[in-house]
Design a binder for this molecule. Structure first.
Ligand SMILES: CC(=O)N[C@@H]([C@@H](O)[C@H](O)[C@H](O)CO)[C@@H](O)CC(=O)C(=O)O
Length: 310
């Protein structure tokens, strides 16, 4: 096996992007944000994905964000760079840049705007894969891309040595199980499956996920690391109870103007500045929204405390 797969097992924060007060990518803030997660002890970061607003940024902004992250995280955390862009040439340039930066793997959605055939998606992904020596992780998120990855294309992709895993953000745990089962069979060893829906972390791990990448981990990495430890120890009953509490928090996070707006404001309450999400995503503006964030932040602290020694 060409790649060390152990470094892809664990909890990966889907990193929010860091902006200044004018909405420009801010390297200093991105470095502090990266250090925040390094100090928390997460396994790694997924940079420039959905939570990272990669598809809302220019090529230069995406590079700038990754450069800041790598200046802090290189060799200390596993970094997966999401390089999916509107066109194949842009994705290829981002792939090459990610390799120059020393990331551990690249990853991509199939498409952004147009609906494509499996053949077109394969060609798009293959171009990125061929551009570097890095391992590649498929990003499957049909509810936003509208591309329902057929198992035939998945099987073909898994045959490529460089394709080591899939980030499965579809809500079907059956689909996740199939990717794990078929992936392991094709490889003859572990094919890394990342659970995508944070609300189903426990279910995903039970049915085959090795790891998790999530957009709500950023405000409660401690709770997802705890869930992961509980699953490693096969302490399902405690894990289920904690998942219930986490899902209550996620429901609150989703009840505000926008998940990332709320998450970023919660980080602001902790002294970690990342600015507002980029429009059309709504920021936290009203007193009511701010109170919601304060309440969620308090609830997270309480649940961390409650499960610390469980
Ligand atoms: C559809 C969607 O956005 N799914 C999220 C989840 O983390 C999601 O935000 C969470 O489960 C709350 O619903 C992730 O799978 C996406 C992700 O990790 C990323 O790339 O930011």
């Amino acid at each position: 096996m060409k790649y060390d797969l152990e470094k892809f097992k664990g909890v990966f924060v889907a990193l929010y992007s860091a902006y200044d007060e004018e909405g420009n990518v801010c390297s200093e803030r991105a470095k502090k944000l990266t250090q925040y997660y390094l100090d928390k002890g997460v396994k790694g970061l997924y940079v420039g994905g959905s939570s990272g607003e990669g598809v809302l940024q220019s090529e230069e902004e995406r590079k700038k964000m990754l450069e800041a992250v790598m200046s802090v995280a290189k060799g200390k955390m596993t970094i997966i760079a999401h390089i999916g862009a509107n066109s194949t040439p842009e994705s290829v340039r981002l792939a090459k840049h990610a390799e120059e930066m020393g990331v551990d793997a690249i990853s991509s959605i199939p498409c952004v705007y147009y609906g494509f055939s499996p053949r077109a998606v394969k060609r798009h992904w293959d171009a990125m894969i061929d551009a570097t020596d890095l391992p590649f992780i498929i990003y499957h998120i049909p509810q936003t891309t509208r591309f329902n990855l057929p198992i035939s294309l998945f099987t073909e992709m898994a045959q490529n040595e460089k394709v080591i895993g899939i980030k499965c953000s579809s809500e079907s745990t059956y689909e996740l199980e199939r990717f794990k089962f078929v992936g392991d069979k094709v490889k003859g060893h572990d094919f890394i499956v990342f659970n995508g829906p944070d609300e189903q972390f426990v279910a995903g791990r039970i049915i085959g996920a090795d790891s998790g990448i999530g957009g709500t981990y950023g405000v409660m990495p401690e709770l997802f690391m705890k869930l992961n430890d509980l699953m490693d120890q096969e302490r399902i009953k405690v894990a289920r109870k904690l998942q219930d509490e986490v899902n209550d928090i996620i429901a609150d996070l989703l009840s505000g103007p926008n998940l990332y707006g709320v998450a970023k404001y919660i980080l602001h309450l902790r002294g970690v500045e990342t600015g507002n999400p980029r429009g059309p995503m709504l920021p936290v503006e009203t007193d009511e929204d701010k109170k919601l964030c304060e309440r969620i932040n308090k609830k997270i602290e309480e649940v961390i405390e409650k499960y610390k020694d469980k």
